[in-house]
Write a protein that binds this ligand. Sequence first.
Ligand SMILES: NC(=O)c1ccc[n+]([C@@H]2O[C@H](COP(=O)([O-])OP(=O)(O)OC[C@H]3O[C@@H](n4cnc5c(N)ncnc54)[C@H](O)[C@@H]3O)[C@@H](O)[C@H]2O)c1
Length: 421
Amino acid sequence: MACLADDGNRVVGVDVSISKVNLINAGSPSIVEKDVDGLIKKGWEAGNIEATDNYKTALRDADVSIICVGTPNNKSGHLDLTRIHAVAQDIGEALAESDRFHVVLIRSTVVPGTNEKVGTTIEERSGKKRRVDFEVVSNPEFLREGTAVQDFYNPPVTVIGTSSNRAFEIAKSVYRKVDAPVRKTSIAVAETIKLVNNSFHALKVTFANEVGSICKQLGIDSHEVMDLFCQDRKLNLSACYLKPGFAYGGSCLPKDLRALRLIAHDNYVDTPVINAIEPSNKYQKQRLVDMITETGIKKIGILGFSFKPGTDDLRESPIVEIAEILLGKGYDLKVHDKNVHLSNLIGRNKQYVNEKIPHLEKIITDDLDEVINNCDLIIVANKEEQYADLPSRYPGKDIIDLVRIEGGFETSRGRYQGFCW
Ligand SMILES: NC(=O)c1ccc[n+]([C@@H]2O[C@H](COP(=O)([O-])OP(=O)(O)OC[C@H]3O[C@@H](n4cnc5c(N)ncnc54)[C@H](O)[C@@H]3O)[C@@H](O)[C@H]2O)c1
């Protein structure tokens, strides 16, 4: 309220708490927060700020309403959205008496599906039509208490979840003084992002704490370790590794994660987050086996066999494990990988293949057409260029895509399944 008023908007706060309403109407903040007191006073003196417990008064001349009521956990841990729905009813009743197009921004943290329900409630209570008379936009808040004003003006991004261009432009104009890129997204994405952000932040805290606990036990300076960790902005603090897809594998990640987990274990340090990584990765592989089984198809082609494109390294390649499982279940398998030539494999790589898939030479080929023509279900396991337009080249084929091949999603025609999208 303080920042929006300072940006030149007239803001009317509505709250069920009369003491908060009274504070604002006396030009005082209702929270302790750096810089907010000065901004509230300034806005109040300029006549841009007032508060009420009456929705109808507040919405009489409003173009936009911002829902920012609390959404705490209920007893089971789900978000309690009763306040959101109570506000939706009140907004609906207030809009019944208005002829202006109105945009409702859901700023509170909610769960996917909330926007739809809020829209329906407002339609029912107001007798107005969504899209025609009003629109509901999902617009999550990213500020943090303690630095709220600073964060308000410098969020990482302004997310506006809507399919309506008209509502998007109005929502965008609310944040015209905010220094941040604006991202128009689907409603569902906007409703999901805040939960994902905060869960990741919690993961970061616990990961760093577990590293700290291990280091302390070993007499190593954990702050120096994590400072160095944070200096790596190529792999550690970057978009790297953050694309939903198949399980990790290869000769390094599984091995070194296991080593760190066991150092913790051997030194009596509990590290539940680090311990949970391997089971989570294993579960991802089971998911693929389940997806394949559910298709009922028995002739399977695997495109890409090494643990990542551009290498012939098969060690701990997660797709090798899947092949092993499928062969064990009697599936008819063909594998394509232009980088894997059995005659060239040496050392531990060769040993790994011999142990896991001793008859690999019978099923692997570098002839892509042979695999595709002889199989009814194609698993794309590496992001090689030659797999990019498979769905459009073979529209009748069932495809499970583990790597989100270019264009696959768009040309699916129902026979394409993204692995986790
Ligand atoms: N606090 C933060 O830093 C922060 C940051 C990002 C997102 N969020 C999200 O924003 C939402 C609000 O968080 P908060 O910390 O400001 O909550 P809060 O509980 O401090 O404030 C919510 C206000 O809503 C009022 N209220 C409740 N029911 C009402 C109704 N029917 N009509 C009018 N007013 C009503 C309450 O009296 C209270 O003053 C939550 O979903 C939270 O997850 C908060």
